[in-house]
Design a protein around this ligand. Structure first.
Ligand SMILES: [Fe+2]
Ligand SMILES: [Fe+2]
Length: 269
């Protein structure tokens, strides 16, 4: 059996989205079966690529050059689905990268259980959105996508606490803020399949943010660091914008992100 780091590295080096998520789900199932049988599989180590392998399409553009479309039109809704599918594919790689890149830091095995589960769920999310795109006669790769998605990973490639602060606790928490509005758009269009997919995503993303908060606090506790001020310092260092309200206070609280973590970093302060 491959070590967990080798599995992660293989996912990261697989370009095609559907193939990447299939391999990702298969490895997650392998890991979870071993854990359910009471085993502690080897974590090992790997040299994950600076950038994960990606398919030839979509073309990756500077965010300013990605055309904007009105959400009230079928084309606009396809553009939203495409953008979210792109985010999910990046999220698959982000979680496996977190597993593969920081194996020098010792963690209880639960750290890996959490991120394998998160990576598995992101793989499911990407597939659900691809299914929605295909139901509308489109597909992932049909439109250009954001080039900047891997920036946060590159900026925090040597800083595990920075990675946890920026990726699950800022970027994925932002997903909790914006998803209800997105669900409304598809409710107005009476698009049942997409509403169902987004509801699955919304429910599961709370856990990814919670895993971020849990392991961030774990590391703070191990080094006797103040979590709030450490979080502020790291987000200011690695995240190059202010956080944008309105915040989903309810879901953020559920995920273990208290208001004094994000309000001091927001545009309104
Ligand atoms: Fe997701
Ligand atoms: Fe996520």
């Amino acid at each position: 059996m491959k070590t967990l780091a080798q599995m992660a590295d293989h996912v990261l080096r697989t370009p095609d989205g559907r193939t990447k998520t299939a391999i990702s789900r298969e490895y997650a199932a392998t890991w979870q079966a071993a854990r359910a049988a009471g085993e502690t599989p080897e974590i090992g180590s790997a040299s994950p690529p600076d950038m994960p392998a990606r398919p030839d399409a979509p073309a990756l553009l500077d965010p300013r050059d990605v055309p904007r479309r009105k959400p009230g039109t079928p084309e606009g809704r396809i553009a939203i689905l495409h953008a979210v599918a792109h985010i999910e594919l990046n999220a698959v790689d982000l979680h496996w990268d977190l597993i593969a890149r920081f194996t020098d830091t010792e963690f209880p095995i639960g750290f890996y259980d959490d991120w394998v589960k998160a990576a598995d769920e992101e793989s499911k999310h990407f597939n659900l959105l691809c299914d929605c795109l295909e139901a509308h006669g489109s597909h992932y790769g049909a439109l250009p996508a954001h080039a900047g998605m891997w920036r946060a990973a590159q900026d925090t490639a040597d800083d595990l606490m920075g990675r946890l602060a920026v990726v699950p606790m800022v970027l994925e928490a932002r997903g909790l803020d914006v998803t209800p509005g997105m669900i409304k758009i598809f409710q107005q269009a009476k698009d049942r399949q997409t509403i169902d997919a987004l509801n699955v995503i919304y429910a599961e993303e709370v856990h990814h943010v919670a895993y971020g908060s849990k392991w961030f606090h774990y590391l703070c506790g191990r080094d006797a660091l103040d979590p709030t001020s450490t979080f502020h310092t790291l987000v200011r260092k690695y995240f190059h914008a202010k956080l944008r309200p309105p915040f989903n206070e309810e879901k953020r609280a559920e995920a273990g992100i208290p208001p004094d973590f994000y309000w001091p970093l927001s545009e309104d302060t």
